[in-house]
Design a protein around this ligand. Structure first.
Ligand code: PBG
Length: 330
């Protein structure tokens, strides 16, 4: 007879449960997305993302200080310009919305780490993530013509003071082009976090309302990944690392926990972020508003699962709430 093993002994006291906890979520794990709109003195609430708004630059000060005081180390910025054109040229305007927001946030909250999303869908009048050309009789994003524009945008963000850039357009060769362009402009110290495995997902719905970036025709399936593919994510990741990515990202997070796991297993030495996207956030909010789930419990469970799967960092719209909950406020 061997002694009976009782795992329940490890769960028998709250202190012991804390001591043997394998995954500890902390505000320092979070990156909070912020939407910056053109104009002045305006905050436009985003209907499908309760608690989130599009902010004008002059309204950012209070928000940035609050984020900083909650112990959230970083924000990622998305811009909503007043003028859009076919190539998205307002994205590299030195007085553009994102560029101004970088200055404002760094001044208001000097300890915050400022990341910028580098893409075109919010800046083009057609809503696609680059310059268009015709392929097989339909308009599609021209990969190689988009690369120099991505470099222009990234360099202008770095000039404005962005600490890190995060290209999300899923163009082939974008990491190599951006690394080279940033280095040539003197920004060898600016890291690149690649949206390396980004899926063509229905979970981006609320974001497209928030960022006013819905494609005017077609979809993003010629550049974002097929949700049915897992091994392909490892190829995307390997290429981005070879081209010089400093951090990797998997997006969305929740339906892709297996991808987070596989990427972390393949590259345990590379920091990995996961994007807990707008649709994932909106589902929790909607169910909680109906009284069907406990928001705090479910949101923390989701964030913990993303970290347990292997993410070191989590981009999440729940960052402020979660930071408060983790500090013991409800
Ligand atoms: C593209 C981009 C998207 C998101 C972040 N960057 C949307 C898209 O690919 O259409 C979505 C994030 C979210 O849903 O929270 N620049």
């Amino acid at each position: 007879m061997f002694p009976q093993i009782r795992l329940r002994r490890l769960r028998s006291h709250p202190r012991l449960r804390e001591m043997v906890r394998e995954t500890n979520l902390a505000p320092s794990d979070f990156i909070l997305p912020l939407f910056i709109r053109h104009g002045t003195d305006t905050e436009v609430p985003i209907q499908s993302m309760p608690g989130h708004s599009q902010w004008t630059v002059d309204r950012l000060t209070k928000e940035a200080r609050e984020i900083e005081s909650l112990g959230i180390p970083a924000v990622i910025l998305f811009g909503i310009p007043d003028e859009k054109d076919a190539v998205g040229s307002s994205s590299w305007d030195e007085h553009g919305v994102v560029q101004q927001a970088i200055h404002a946030i760094r001044e208001a909250a000097p300890t915050l780490y400022v990341i910028t999303d580098v893409c075109f869908c919010e800046f083009t009048d057609h809503g696609h993530c680059g310059v268009l050309h015709e392929v097989n009789g339909t308009q599609d994003v021209d990969n190689d013509a988009t690369l120099p524009n991505l470099v222009k945008q990234a360099v202008s963000h770095a000039r404005a003071g962005a600490h890190m850039i995060a290209p999300s357009g899923m163009m082939d060769g974008m990491i190599g082009a951006l690394r080279e362009g940033l280095d040539a402009a003197g920004f060898t110290h600016v890291p690149i976090m690649s949206y390396a495995a980004k899926y063509a997902s229905g979970f981006y719905g609320p974001f497209r309302e928030a960022a006013e970036s819905t494609p005017q025709f077609g979809d993003r399936r010629t550049y974002q990944m097929d949700p049915a593919n897992g091994a392909e994510a490892l190829r995307e990741v390997a290429l981005d690392l070879a081209e010089g990515a400093d951090l990797l990202m998997v997006k969305p997070a929740l339906s892709y926990l297996d991808i987070i796991r596989r990427v972390k297993a393949a590259h345990p030495d590379v920091p990995l972020a996961a994007y807990n996207v707008s649709g994932e956030f909106a589902m929790v909010k909607a169910a909680a508003r109906n009284g069907w789930i406990d928001e705090q419990r479910v949101a923390l469970e989701i964030l913990t699962s993303i970290k347990r799967a292997g993410a070191d960092l989590i981009l999440t719209y729940h960052a402020k709430d979660a930071a408060r909950w983790l500090a013991g406020e409800s």
